[in-house]
Design a protein around this ligand. Structure first.
Ligand code: 9L3
Ligand code: MG
Length: 130
């Protein structure tokens, strides 16, 4: 399974996090918005679709950050994280999920789904190198 995740930053450098809704796997934990790529979709098209469905925004420009394999209880997934450099619209919680903007260095890793922790770490390192 190929899962896309988008890292949106605001003008203050804060990153957007979404909370997984009740009833879903890992409910209550926070993650970068995104979801499963469907057959026949390119990674970028899947990311654009997920961001439109979950946040109501139109992706304009994204750059790959890091893709890491993960195993959730027997399910192999590749979590493919992209920096979303430009989009149109104000992100809204269209799927009942809570949203928050937070400075990467201030995010408590414990609130993130395990697969998203190394992605945040990669973002923090990329920011300090820039
Ligand atoms: N997942 C982890 N981190 C993320 C995303 C978008 C997804 N940033 C994991 C949670 C699920 C799987 O990928 O195990 C599929 O996601 P969903 O379709 O349940 O949202
Ligand atoms: Mg999702």
């Amino acid at each position: 399974m190929h899962v896309m995740a988008g890292l949106l930053r605001d003008a203050d450098g804060r990153v957007l996090l979404a909370q997984r809704p009740p009833g879903k796997h890992l409910a209550g934990m926070w993650e970068f918005p995104g979801g499963k790529r469907e057959p026949g979709e390119t990674p970028l098209a899947a990311l654009a679709r997920e961001l439109r469905e979950e946040l109501g925004v139109t992706l304009q420009h994204a750059e790959p950050l890091v893709a890491l394999p993960w195993n959730y209880g027997g399910h192999e997934l590749l979590l493919d994280a992209w920096r979303v450099e430009a989009w149109i619209g104000e992100p809204r919680p269209l799927e009942g999920q809570a949203l928050q903007w937070q400075l990467p260095a201030l995010v408590d890793m414990a609130i993130l789904t395990p697969a998203d922790r190394p992605i945040l770490q990669t973002l923090i390192e990329a920011c300090s190198a820039a």
